[in-house]
Design a binder for this molecule. Structure first.
Ligand SMILES: [Ca+2]
Ligand SMILES: [Ca+2]
Length: 186
């Protein structure tokens, strides 16, 4: 049985949500993005809204958390813009534009150096790996239809170094941390 703890309504459909200690204050919170191009942060305990952003361009993509030098940020994308927001007030910290609408993002230490990278797949079939300053480390044309449902980092061959797996329900590719293609299954 599902028991409702709290609810709230927003003017537009919700696109993605994450739960966790988002603003690193020791309690659980909920962040969600909507098709109105806004992100909201609520207290997990009672749903009390802590902040909401201005309306950015839509459509929004997935939300991720990114820790940089001990500070926690919220990573989101709106159309072709990748954006980092402060988690305590939702203010814009950094953004960059890519070739086309961003369909999926993920955050993971794909080269095992202890710092997270940002993996992005765009409507223009471009796969990007960026560092936390938004510098593009590499990008490749990876044509997948439908667009990938997974951008995952894992040590698939147990050699102690992570690989990047990009795939949908029909096919997937595995890349080395530097962007070399190791395996393709179509
Ligand atoms: Ca890394
Ligand atoms: Ca490996």
């Amino acid at each position: 049985m599902i028991v409702e703890i709290w609810s709230q309504s927003v003017p537009n459909r919700i696109q993605d949500s994450i739960i966790g200690d988002i603003s690193a204050v020791g309690v659980h919170e909920v962040a969600f993005s909507t098709w109105g191009g806004k992100i909201y942060l609520c207290r997990g305990e009672d749903g009390k809204r802590k902040w909401e952003t201005e309306s950015f361009t839509y459509p929004p993509s997935s939300l991720n958390l990114l820790d940089i030098c001990g500070e926690r940020y919220l990573l989101a994308s709106f159309a072709d813009t990748l954006r980092l927001l402060s988690t305590n007030k939702g203010k814009k910290f950094r953004d960059t534009s890519l070739d086309s609408v961003i369909l999926r993002t993920n955050v993971s230490d794909i080269n095992g150096d202890g710092h997270n990278e940002i993996v992005v797949y765009t409507k223009g079939n471009q796969l990007y790996v960026l560092d936390d300053t938004f510098k593009v480390l590499w990008n490749k044309n990876v044509s997948l239809s439908p667009s990938p449902s997974a951008l995952l980092s894992s040590d698939i061959d147990y050699d102690g170094r992570p690989e990047l797996l990009v795939g949908n329900e029909d096919s997937f590719s595995i890349f080395s941390p530097s962007g070399l293609i190791l395996f393709e299954e179509n």
